[in-house]
Write a protein of this length. Sequence first.
Length: 514
Amino acid sequence: MIPYKHEPFTDFTNEGNRKAYEEGLKLVESYLGQDYPLIIGGERIMTDKKLASINPANKEELIGNVSQASRELAEKAMETAIETFETWRKVKPEFRADVLFKAAAIVRRRKFEFSALLTKEAGKPWNEADADVAEGIDFLEYYGRQMLKLKDGMPVESRAGEYNRFDYVPLGVGVVISPWNFAFAIMAGTTVGALVTGNTVLLKPASTTTVVAYKFIEVLEEAGMPNGAVNFIPGSGSEIGDYLVDHPSTRFVSFTGSREVGTRIFERAAKVHDGQIWLKRVIAEMGGKDTIVVDNEADLELAAQSIVKSAFGFSGQKCSACSRAIVHEDVYDEVVKRVEEITKSFKWGNPEDGDNLAGPVIDQAAYDKVMEYIEIGRKEGRLVAGGTGDDSKGFFVAPTVFADVDPTARISQEEIFGPVVAISKASSFTEAIEFANDTDYGLTGAVITKNRHHIEQAREDFHVGNLYFNRGCTGAIVGYQPFGGFNMSGTDSKAGGPDYLQLHMQGKTTSEML
């Protein structure tokens, strides 16, 4: 097998690639406004109740009308998944991995189309959409290879007269609840991680980005995934989300999204219902309040560029986004000034323009929330850049920087999930790390420094799941930087890493007397 290597990002300085992306946008525009069914056991089911997916950069543009599952249809999907599990769990791991490899090849051929669909449906600029699809391809390739490594279990000792084995077996039916911000990568990764390990899946994608999820299920079908192994059931959290989390036949829940919803799922999944004979497993990734620390021995240009790129890429709508910067007082004024300059020259606007590096926030609720936090920020800090918004056509918020923010202020503690960064001052490196750790979260962080002792101090004391030195705090690559966080950032599932697939399986020991 070809050794694993992550999918390269597209070079958009190449004119051919720019034209290919524009062709991708035209292709997506050719199928805008269609109606999409549920998929249960391979059967297409159109429902009267549909959810309109719209372009967040242009509220008048309909991406598609997607059928919504009722409780009755969710139960039908559950019964289908239970039945299919009995055959799918016995399918050879090599077959299951081959489906992922075939799916990766299909997506790779359609990369510009899927990227363009993310630009339209999620408001992603070209570079972010391209990276999202590349990460999805990486998940397919990496998890397929990981399953081939795990298929024979792990070695254990045997004694004279006995033969012992330790094998992994799948859990059962999993409910996968995927987010809108990585509408392809995380949706695909969480789905196929569960499938390749022999489980069956009920996929409930985020309501704002359902069309790209439907298109991915079509890819899995083309790649050879049997009917019923994965079932596509968009629907409201109140109508089917709670129902599936509570269901006694649900074996595990894989969730990526907000802290509020994640903690609610964790609590509900802990309750044992009538007919339930296991404790449900929860895999949760719930967000962050991520900090870049800059000491007084840092490359200050690198620091400022890292803060701006990490804060405003995809309009800050990443759980890994830099929403706080803690800067040593010796270099504070210089860093703030440079961040202001870069932010004011940062290109943002309609993501269909390939030169823009940020587009809209996802919807009206997100826009209103971010603008409320900007008003709070005006009271808690000094507005350095941005601070404006326009939701007349799409949901656009200017990249916004607040300086002189107390590390305990709301905009420095609460997850905003928008293009807003708060900059605070520290009197020492140790104090900067203390400020960085003083949140409920622990997902990503970065330290910009030339001091080796500070690097080692941060390695021990900066309490996050993903810590980066002398680069931004976003952009983990599958197989290179396994991703997941501490504290209220979730269960530290380390997606794209060597421990991830085991979360979907359980170990079985067999011992034979010879």
